[in-house]
Design a protein around this ligand. Structure first.
Ligand code: GDP
Ligand code: MG
Length: 370
């Protein structure tokens, strides 16, 4: 459970710790300033004192130059970011490959594909979908734990012949915990013994109610191997994305999350970054995790050099001082001095996180502003 000390909350609110303790007493809890309270109580207190709860991004806390929330009128539609989850051998990798094959742009380019940890598919109607190339809930959960909530839609792959298995159920739980909508891909329908109806029925036990069962979870019957139902699945992704009204501001300093990073023999440290808002350009100075850098080159998922990358685009970034970790945040800053300052701050924060067991997530998530 997330918690914060009364003292720390008071500091954030610019109030006296003793006043908070008094208020808490009136609310029925006896605590001292050094004790922790849970998130709900903290929120109540903040409201009680007439402050607003403001969710802040890491960049805001550290850099303080850009407002966290981009004004509505600056937002433009962006492609959904999709993660594929499901039990081992149910066809996650096969489906990723098959969906990649539906890309009309890759077809034109001669089908050269780069595995950079994420890729984007352009549909016949011109809409784009971004897939994270690391299937499984470990990667999903790891990214989330590091504060990178980049997935908009989860595709739950269930093999129609095998049905619900332990990792299917784990994936359902992780998806629910993240509050991310799910689309069920009932795979291997080409196989003898495929039983999609039983899959749909068994999903009910886990409160995943597909349309046919009069619920609102979208589903599609597919065969990744025989390439059946792929357009239908892409269409469902499109429908779900429309419902979500995904938007981001493209014309600002870029922010994104590292999906994958490595040390390349010839090219040095390379990170695949999923841009979340803003546009990353060649020459931009940035911080990524506790590393700094200046964009030397940007390479897209087709292996092509590009000048810039906007929201929901995965791109390989060259020009980093060292190798960052998956889930690290990339933030463009004004200049190299600022980059070093923020990187040093982040390194310090990491050290603190490693040496203390006190939960800090709530403190990171909230600031109390008058
Ligand atoms: P993952 O572990 O979830 O990534 O599963 P894979 O994509 O590696 O697939 C596991 C096995 O199932 C492989 O032998 C695939 O060829 C096979 N497979 C995947 N999709 C289908 C399908 O639609 N039909 C059939 N018959 N086999 C499939
Ligand atoms: Mg696999």
């Amino acid at each position: 459970p997330e918690a914060i000390t009364v003292q720390e909350l008071a500091k954030r609110m610019g109030e006296k710790g003793a006043d908070l303790v008094k208020s808490l007493f009136k609310m029925g809890s006896m605590v001292t300033v050094n004790q922790t309270i849970d998130q709900d109580t903290a929120e109540l207190l903040v409201e009680e004192f007439g402050h607003n709860i403001q969710r802040v991004s890491e960049a805001d806390v550290e850099i303080n130059t850009q407002a966290d929330v981009d004004p509505e009128e600056t937002l433009k539609p962006r492609a959904p970011v999709v993660t594929i989850m499901g039990h081992v051998d149910h066809g996650k990798t096969s489906l990723l490959d098959a969906l990649r094959g539906t890309d009309v742009v890759a077809g034109e380019a001669g089908g050269i594909t780069q595995h950079i940890g994420a890729y984007q598919v352009t549909m016949k109607n011109g809409d784009k979908v971004t897939f994270l190339d690391t299937p499984g809930h470990e990667a999903f959960t790891e990214m989330r734990m590091r504060g990178a909530n980049v997935t908009d839609i989860v595709i739950l792959v269930v093999a129609a012949d095998d049905g619900l298995m332990p990792q299917t159920i784990e994936a359902i739980n992780h998806t629910k915990a993240a509050g991310v909508p799910m689309i069920v891909a009932i795979n291997k329908i080409d196989k003898e013994g495929a039983d999609p109806t039983t899959v749909r029925t068994r999903l009910l036990e886990h409160e995943v109610i597909v349309e046919e069962m009069s619920g609102d979870v979208l589903d599609a019957e597919v065969s990744a191997l025989k390439k059946i139902g792929l357009d239908e699945l892409m269409e469902k992704i499109h429908v779900q994305a429309e419902l979500l009204e995904l938007k981001a501001r493209p014309d600002r300093a870029a922010e994104g999350s590292v999906v994958e990073a490595k040390l390349d023999k010839g090219r040095g440290p390379v990170a695949t970054v999923l841009i979340e808002r803003g546009t990353l350009k060649r020459g931009d100075v940035f911080v990524v995790g506790s590393q700094t850098g200046k964009v030397r080159a940007l390479i897209d998922d087709k292996g092509k050099q590009v000048k810039e990358a906007g929201p929901s685009t995965p791109v390989e970034v060259l020009g980093i001082s060292g190798v960052p970790s998956a889930g690290d945040k990339l933030t463009v800053v004004e200049n190299e001095g600022r980059a070093r300052e923020v990187a040093a701050y982040r390194a310090e924060q990491n050290k603190l996180k490693r040496t203390t067991q006190v939960p800090t997530s709530l403190e990171n998530m909230f600031s109390a502003a008058a």
